[in-house]
Design a protein around this ligand. Sequence first.
Ligand code: ATP
Ligand code: MG
Length: 355
Amino acid sequence: MIRQHAGSGRSELALGRRTSSEAPTERFFQISNLAVSFRSGDTQSLGVVDCSLAVSEATRVGLIGESGSGKSVTALAALGLLDPTTATLGESSSISFMGRELVGMTLGELREIRGSEIAIVFQDPMNALNPVFRVGDQMAAALRAKHKMSRSDARQRVLEALHSVEIHASERVIDAYPHQLSGGMRQRVLIGAALLERPRLLIADEPTSALDVTVQADILSMLHSVVTERRMSILLVTHDIGVVAQFCDYLYVMYAGRIVESGPAREIISSPLHPYTIGLLGCTPSLEGGRRRLVTLPGSQPVAGRANAGCAFAPRCSRADGLCRHLTPKMVTHSPGRNLACHHPEIPSTGRTLE
Ligand SMILES: Nc1ncnc2c1ncn2[C@@H]1O[C@H](COP(=O)(O)OP(=O)(O)OP(=O)(O)O)[C@@H](O)[C@H]1O
Ligand SMILES: [Mg+2]
């Protein structure tokens, strides 16, 4: 069955759209000081070291970083979906949604929120659908399990959800098995499933990474329309800064389990301050049409929490000095809405580094 929780519809709120220069406020959705450790036998490893981020009402926020930086662990932790037998949150970790603290909630309380308030599109679209059930039955079963809803009402809701993700042949798709659908169509189905209960916040973990560029653009455009029409918020998890550039208002950059830079997406892309973000942008073909040369960041990211003392990026950073190797930089406000954790960030106007 689809790993998505279902529930009743809710009337849409009349939320105002924020301007891209505003930093997210802390009232709607806020992760503070998230740390996640995993136990395996006698060994303990960190998936997230220190992550704080906020999503405001009706905004599109991106969370970006290389593979293994802790994006999915953050997304799963946000909905209490990490396996409690292996994963432990740090004592100071807090996840709040509209004033309610999610850390420490019972499973029953979390189930009330999942799907109807906050929904997630999981990273792996192939494993999220059960191959032996028709997609409509999977979506309807999730809905009916949570709400006492007749079979025909649930089918109607599923058709509406498929329509909302711009599946025009929804009568055909609802009775199809997952293998009969293209990758793009499967991803639309999963987004539709996440939208069944009209959540206020959608967490989408790499919703387009397995798709070719054209399908990716179609899905992003559909997501853009649906979140705008419904005045929803979205936390878009991706390793692709090009996706973020097209889609997001505000951006968090994650490296080795920590947020290292945040700010309005356009500002970060036009003038990144953290050497890691600069490196990530260097790894992205030109956002205007492919003129920038594709380069690779030298070295590899350390496993979260296993970096030596100091800045985790120091071994890969051409600016690193003794200070970077010994002292972990704190997150500081660089300018309104822009924060970063770096001892020697870029100064946008001159290209010099701060001393
Ligand atoms: N269940 C788990 N048990 C142990 N370690 C885990 C578990 N899940 C994730 N990790 C580790 O936590 C770190 C962060 O993983 P995560 O899946 O969040 O990365 P990611 O940023 O989503 O990467 P990708 O872009 O490849 O999806 C990695 O080092 C990963 O190996
Ligand atoms: Mg991931």
